[in-house]
Design a protein around this ligand. Structure first.
Ligand code: GLU
Length: 468
């Protein structure tokens, strides 16, 4: 048997807001192509000129690049293929697969009203459809016709959907689809078919809002002599309150996640699990995902967006990322908060100290701020209120112990223990004033580590000021 090269595509309509659900529709065809060493094509379905925008295309392309979905071919813009669609329409007219229909808007409306009154499903009645032995009226002059596809009569369209199983639609349900408008511009379903054929797409993996289009597309494809691809229709992604995801009800765009300090690896992992599973694996690399990905394990029911789970995953990825790499990623976020990471404590050390408690890069930057603010200055009243005079002797001893201590977490911890024992104090009684002296706050990471990161000299300077 000839090995067939797998070719998949992501075919977004760049009409406005791109949320995570949209990118999941890119992820699965991408993963399927990568798993099978095939090709992944990006096709931009931009024929709706009014609603499409370059801004939306940019968001899609950037988002995919950020998540590491590489593209083998494209972006291919449908608007640049209009001549090709016109060429196929002409071929279909010439070979009798399509025909001009002169029925006016008013006539169509009248037909629909009649059918509705008779409790019939509104559909085009084939008035202008040529048939052997049928005599058509002369074409009305000055009217630009639409072009309709001659849908097969009788029988049914059947396909074995990789997610939904076998689907069968009777041809009698389908009327003759308009493939070109009066001005000659091709219509949506027609362009999809020409593209999927020309691009040799073997697997169409897309949202299940397209199930209804599929029988029409299969019919046109077969008429053109093509072999329909395998279809896998993905259940939608709902938001956390179970509604369709949209900007209106608070969905965030890919760029928002980037700005909020999410790691692309975490988002990719999250999206992978939003409608697909591999045993009970929750955290996995992109490579594992590609290795495991199959159409059989796609979910059959709608997936629900769970922001807490995404945050949890992001936290896991932050925890497991090498501090130097994490510091690089967090730097722009820190800069945005006005932190100059080149002056003051080593940023990598700061990040490794705070990363375990952070869920996002933004949280890392916020926690890092503590170490880059100028040394606090205090009024005598502030000192009196926050450094109990009973603690001052212990603080003085601590300063001495730190002075003679090696600059390690363990040594500083030992210095604390020794002073605590000597003065019969509990840790908070000493640690709180120390924190206050260092940063004018009592909320900091573990004090021994803080001393290492801040540096002995700086720490001693700050501590000495409150015991004079
Ligand atoms: N452009 C369509 C959409 O964004 C997808 C078409 C397809 O995948 O066939 O919903």
């Amino acid at each position: 048997m000839l090995a067939m090269s797998i070719r998949t595509r992501f075919a977004p309509s760049p009409t406005g807001f791109i949320h995570l659900g949209n990118l999941r529709s890119a992820l699965y065809p991408w993963a399927f192509a990568r798993h099978n060493k095939g090709d992944f094509i990006l096709r931009i379905e931009d024929t709706d000129l009014e609603r499409s925008s370059q801004e939306a295309v940019d968001v899609i392309i950037e988002g995919m690049a950020w998540l590491g979905m590489d593209i083998d071919e494209g972006p291919i813009y449908q608007m640049q293929r209009i001549d090709r669609y016109r060429e196929v329409i002409k071929q279909m007219l010439d070979s009798g697969l399509a025909y001009p229909c002169y029925m006016s808007e008013e006539e169509l409306n009248r037909l629909r009203d009649q059918q509705m009154a008779n409790k019939e499903k509104p559909r085009y009645n084939g008035f202008w459809r040529p048939e052997p032995g049928k005599v058509l009226p002369p074409a009305p002059s000055g009217v630009q016709p639409v072009i309709r596809f001659k849908n097969p009569i009788g029988g049914s369209v059947v396909w074995n959907d990789a997610v939904k199983g076998q689907i069968e639609i009777s041809n009698d349900e389908l009327d003759d689809l308009i493939i070109a408008r009066p001005d000659g511009t091709p219509t949506y379903n027609f362009c999809v078919v020409v593209d999927d054929l020309d691009m040799n797409i073997t697997h169409v993996i897309r949202g299940d809002d397209h199930v209804n289009n599929t029988p029409r597309q299969i019919n046109i494809m077969k008429a053109l002599g093509g072999i329909p691809p395998i279809y896998a229709h993905l259940p939608t992604v709902l938001n956390d309150s179970g509604e369709k995801m949209s900007k209106r009800n608070g969905a965030m765009s890919v760029r928002d996640y980037q700005k909020a300090g999410y790691l692309p690896e975490a988002i990719l992992n999250y999206l992978a699990r939003l409608g697909w599973s591999h045993g009970d694996a929750e955290i996995f690399t992109k490579e594992q995902f590609v290795h495991w990905f199959d159409l059989e394990s796609l979910g059959r029911s709608p997936a629900q967006h769970n922001p807490e789970k995404l945050l949890w995953l992001n936290h896991q990825y932050i925890q497991n990322t090498d501090p130097a790499k994490l510091a690089n990623l967090a730097k722009p976020f820190a800069n945005q908060l006005g932190i100059n990471t080149e002056i003051g404590p080593d940023f990598v050390q700061v990040v490794s100290l705070i990363k375990d408690r952070a869920n996002t890069l933004v949280e890392i930057a916020e926690a890092a701020k503590l170490f880059y603010m100028p040394a606090p200055t205090f009024t005598p009243e502030q000192i009196a209120a926050n450094i109990p005079s009973a603690i001052v002797p212990a603080l003085k001893d601590l300063i001495e112990a730190i002075k003679s201590s090696p600059e390690t977490k363990e040594a500083y911890s030992a210095a604390f223990k020794q002073v605590l024992a000597q003065h019969q104090l509990k840790m908070p009684a000493l640690a709180m004033p120390v924190r206050y002296a260092l940063f004018a706050t009592t909320q900091t990471p573990a004090i021994d580590s803080v001393l290492v990161v801040l540096g002995k000299e700086e720490a001693l300077n700050r501590l000495s000021k409150v015991v004079q």
